[in-house]
Write a protein that binds this ligand. Structure first.
Ligand code: FAD
Length: 458
């Protein structure tokens, strides 16, 4: 059986890896490298990431790392820095211990924290008595406003939860992104009560508890995609797929090769599309692919000599509520979060700009964008003088937006796919944006292709 995988991001690599021993697999990637948004650069005194810098221990991701011989490379977030900050005015306030994305699991630290005003806190605690509503799907903003109030949305949920998706909380589907909150409401009648109860049964956690789940690699995230690529027999770079036709017994994939010139095609029993849906939509008209606009982000890695930054950087980073009106939406203290990201005596910061709510900050030119970031960092971290290293990466349309109704659309898409044997989809557009989700989607797509009957095949 021959299967063509289109797109060499982590989803496509995972799909091809799963298929390689059971089919002839050919991976076609439009750009000159595999990995998609995963990219590491080691330069000067710094190890910098363009896209993801970590992944959560979920599903089979650690097993895959072991299979690839990467076990020795695995590192965890530095224990001493497992906490984060929230910007308010020109100050970085610690996210209170026990806060879980939008609500507290411990009342003491939450009540003492100045992140939310006394009135805001009182409104949040009304969640303990507010009536529940059986909404089939609703936006993050609607849910948080209804249960916890506007301030909890502006100060906590938008930057902490919306920030993960670089999303507009008014449009983000809670059911598709954080269904556990709907479950808390359904089962306990209150998000706060559910969190307090869970904490009582599991014992005290810390706001850093989630950080303990994050892993990376000593040599950076790109080592994962390099190891996957090395395990694959046929990876064709600079090969942009341009069309797809059903033919007897399978599919014809048409593509252009930008380095060799000219167009070509391959006929395969199965095709696994691991590209953003906008690319595939014209090849498969009539298939109800997700059509929501994706958000664009810029990451700016900035290396400084340690003495240039007066803030102690005593955490993993900070997030910025949209209402603060800054160009930065978040910033990692990369060399605190993971060891080995800078040489001793240097620190590496990584700022994020853009997202659905920060489009105007994304759209300005690189020079001005870096100047704005430095201005924000100076006000918040008291930075002295220019950075000694800057690496800016634009990641256009990189973050899918799971808007309200996303799960219904997925169900319709999956029904439609049943009528198209030999075709599978994977990647961050469908059922999870994190690296473990994308790997799982690649594996599931591969399994579908191996198990699905191919029309016209013996
Ligand atoms: C800034 C940022 C930070 C993130 N941080 C984290 C994190 O810390 N942890 C985490 O778990 N996740 C994180 N994510 C999410 C995660 O990295 C992505 O969701 C995931 O890597 C996407 O993988 P993918 O294979 O679906 O898509 P992509 O990486 O976008 O890959 C798609 C590939 O398809 C190729 N392609 C497109 N069109 C064609 C065509 N016509 N023919 C052939 N090839 C084509 C592209 O060139 C690309 O290589 C982050 C994402 C971003 C943008």
């Amino acid at each position: 059986m021959r299967i063509v995988v289109v797109g060499g991001g982590i989803a496509g690599l995972a799909a091809a890896y799963r298929l390689k021993d059971r089919a002839e697999v050919i991976l076609l990637e439009a750009s000159g490298r595999v990995g998609g948004v995963i990219r590491t650069r080691i330069q000067g005194d710094y190890l910098m990431e363009a896209g993801p810098d970590a992944f959560i221990d979920k599903g089979t991701v650690l097993q895959l790392c072991r299979e690839l011989g990467l076990e020795q490379q695995l590192i965890r977030t530095s224990q001493a820095y497992r906490r984060s900050f929230m910007v308010r005015g020109r100050r970085l306030l610690p996210v209170p211990e026990g806060l879980y994305l939008m609500a507290p699991s411990a009342l003491g630290p939450f009540l003492r924290s100045p992140i939310v005003s006394p009135l805001g806190k009182a409104r949040m605690l009304l969640d303990l008595v507010a009536r529940r509503r059986a909404a089939p799907d609703e936006s993050l903003a609607s849910f948080v406003r209804r249960r916890l109030g506007q301030e909890a949305l502006d100060r906590l949920a938008q930057p902490l939860l919306g920030g993960i998706y670089a999303a507009d909380p008014e449009r983000l589907s809670l059911a598709a992104t954080m269904p556990q909150f709907l479950d808390m409401e359904r089962r306990h009648g209150s998000v706060v009560r559910a969190l307090l109860t869970a904490r009582r049964s599991t014992g005290p956690g810390t706001s850093g508890a989630r950080y303990a789940l994050f892993h990376s690699f000593g040599e950076g995230m790109e080592i994962l995609v390099s190891a996957l690529r090395a395990a694959l027999p046929d990876v064709r770079l600079n090969t942009a797929v341009q069309g797809l036709d059903r033919v007897e017994g399978g599919w014809r994939v048409r593509f252009g090769n930008s380095s060799e010139g000219g167009d070509a095609e391959l006929v395969a029993d199965g095709v696994c599309l691991c590209v953003p849906p906008a690319a595939a939509a014209s090849w498969l008209p009539g298939l109800p692919l997700p059509a929501a606009p994706r958000s664009s982000v810029v990451t700016v890695n900035l290396g400084f000599r340690e003495e240039q930054v007066r803030h102690p950087l005593n955490g993993a980073g900070f997030v910025v509520p949209h209402s603060e009106g800054r160009s930065i939406i978040a910033c990692s203290f990369s060399s605190r979060k993971f060891e080995g990201r800078s040489q001793p005596g240097h620190v590496l910061l990584r700022a994020f700009v853009g997202g659905m709510l920060g489009r105007r900050h994304y759209e300005i030119d690189d020079e001005q964008l870096v100047a704005n970031v430095l201005n924000d960092l100076d006000e918040l971290l008291d930075v002295d003088g220019p950075p000694e290293e800057v690496w800016l990466n634009r990641l256009p349309d990189s973050m899918p937006q799971y808007e309200v109704g996303h799960l219904d659309r997925m169900a319709a898409l999956e029904t439609a796919l049943e009528r198209l044997p030999g075709l599978a989809l994977a990647g961050n557009s469908y059922r999870g944006v994190g690296i473990p989700d994308c790997i799982a989607s690649g594996f599931a797509a591969a399994d579908r292709l191996l198990g699905a009957p191919i029309p016209g095949s013996p």
